[in-house]
Design a protein around this ligand. Structure first.
Ligand code: TXE
Length: 495
């Protein structure tokens, strides 16, 4: 195992003039140049021009024209086949895209290859498999017949139009493709707005889509400042739906704007996900579970666990062993094949996570390990464990979205279940025990969109994903996505 050398294709791509992908063409536009920073070095590796009203107008017009024209008339199996071709192109360009993702997000190259790229391919194939299967039903109606006439009624699932996808920085290909593939297989067209921090990978994916035969205007990417572009996109008359993943604050404002316009919105707004460990597990088993649930990708996964409820008799031993394990997470280049610890994704996020750790210490929560920045360049932060003062501690309530586990001892399982549900969020949770009957019963009582048992964070294309309470609404993938990306039309006839 060694360090990955950047492919020429990646260095050449970074050197190019970047902006947007509109109507089948790359265009840089003339907006302000925004630097793209490699989080491992904190150095500028590329630049992207910000878009504004002109680019929004062009992207929305292209997507609307494509929706009204060629795409609507494209048979669903042809749409599915294009998604399969895009999946094959991602497979063929796996290393190039993985490297690009790593230098833009700080994600380790192993995760970029094995999770970001391989899962993106899996999701594309899954959505392609829905071709020809998205349909309405024939209904039995009871209209009285006076002269022998009969009635037949059925429903059809129709695409909505132009879907706007507003994206976060943590999985800049995969989350975009969840939204894009769901929208496209249902017959919609898309305009995607990547995070300002990760504008590049999706531009390359859009080029590959074009190369495999996506007609112009079907898939557009527009880069720039979210506060400027977000309202322009959401309030554009052609915007028929928004699918947003990001923070609760921004998501709520996007949700309000959509509801003012009366258009549907899917919101995935993160969480303060809980993991409950029951007393029958060994200390070793608990630590293995905590590392899986809370520290993958430096905790920058919306479904990651951030608060851990442990039996009072074992919490000290667990925290001691966890500290030893976390000490082996030493900073390295995320391009190293076996990098134990990459950087956080961007400077404001690092600052936010550090601020929450400092605030916890001021509040009387106890920092067990980590939480400091190692010497050297880049946005690295040593993974932290914090023993919380109480269930109400801010560190048990506020999302950090970083490598920061907050721990609390329970005396009774009932008490822990109450703490889990006493949260404004409800994205995910996990229960860890050998007693499966108890785990299933607890899963019924936990308020979260997904509850894992003896596992955490794993997503599968077949399983719907989304939050309740402050974590959002709507569901991505599984069969549930169909409700979010189509509308139902009823048709009735007399004969
Ligand atoms: O999020 P924002 P940011 C959390 C994480 C992080 C915090 C802030 O805790 O520290 O959010 O990150 C666009 N109208 N998550 O600032 O602002 C913006 O350009 C419309 C959790 O990146 O929510 C970007 O494309 N759009 C999360 C997207 O919204 C607007 C993953 C998300 O940005 C907008 C990432 C506006 N007014 C961060 N303002 C998760 N749920 O997984 C900005 N945007």
């Amino acid at each position: 195992m060694g360090s990955t050398t950047l492919l020429t294709a990646v260095s050449d791509f970074l050197r190019r003039e970047h902006g947007h992908f509109i109507n089948g063409q790359c265009s840089s536009g003339s907006g302000t140049r925004r630097p793209v920073i490699d989080p491992a070095s904190a150095r500028r590796i590329a630049e992207v021009h910000d878009g504004g009203a002109a680019e929004v107008a062009a992207a929305m017009a292209a997507a609307q024209a494509a929706f009204n024209g060629e795409w609507a008339a494209t048979p669903t199996l042809v749409r599915g086949n294009l998604l399969l071709k895009l999946a094959a192109a991602l497979g063929a360009h796996r290393e190039e895209l993985a490297q690009l993702e790593t230098v833009c997000t700080g994600k380790t190259i192993a995760l970029s290859r094995g999770l970001e790229l391989d899962q993106s391919v899996a999701f594309l194939r899954y959505f392609a498999g829905w071709a020809g299967k998205i349909s309405g039903e024939t209904l039995d109606v009871s209209i009285p017949s006076f002269a022998g006439e009969k009635y037949r009624a059925f429903t059809v699932r129709e695409p909505l139009g132009v879907v706007v996808g507003i994206l976060p920085w943590n999985f800049s290909i995969m989350i975009a493709l969840w939204k894009c593939a769901a929208a496209l297989i249902c017959g919609n067209t898309v305009v995607l707005k990547p995070s300002e921090f990760t504008p590049l990978t999706l531009l390359r994916v859009a080029e590959l889509a074009q190369e495999v035969g996506f007609p112009p205007g079907i898939l557009n990417v527009i880069n720039g400042d979210g506060k400027t572009l977000g309202p322009l996109l959401v309030n554009h008359p052609a915007c028929a739906k928004v699918s947003f993943t990001g923070s609760m604050t921004t998501g709520r404002s996007v949700g309000n704007a959509c509801s003012a316009r009366g258009i549907p919105v899917t919101l995935e707004l993160g969480g303060k996900n809980a993991a409950l460990f029951l007393d029958d597990l060994s200390v070793e088993e608990m630590v293995a579970g905590i590392l899986e649930a809370g520290y993958v990708n430096q905790g920058q996964i919306c479904a990651s666990a951030e608060r851990f409820y442990l039996p009072a008799g074992k919490i000290d031993a667990v925290l001691q062993l966890l500290s030893q394990r976390l000490a082996t997470f030493t900073p390295a280049s995320p391009l190293d094949d076996d990098c134990p610890l990459g950087p956080l994704a961007n400077a404001p996020h690092l600052e936010k996570v550090q601020g929450l750790i400092a605030a916890a210490q001021r509040d009387g929560d106890r920092l067990i390990c980590g939480g400091t920045r190692p010497a050297g360049e880049g946005y690295y932060l040593l993974p932290a464990a914090i023993a919380a003062r109480s269930a109400d501690s801010a560190i048990m309530q506020q999302e950090t979205f970083g490598p920061v586990g907050a721990f609390l001892a329970w005396q009774q399982e009932e008490q822990a279940l109450q703490w889990i549900n006493d949260s404004p969020y409800g994205l995910s949770a996990s229960v860890w025990t050998h007693d499966l009957s108890k785990a299933l019963r607890y899963s019924e009582r936990i308020q979260a969109g997904t509850v894992w048992i003896n596992m955490h964070t794993f997503l599968d294309p077949a399983l719907p994903f989304g939050g309740i309470k402050g974590s959002g609404n709507g569901r991505e993938f599984g069969s549930a996505f169909i409700n979010d990306y189509t509308r139902l039309k009823s048709v009735m006839m007399r004969y």
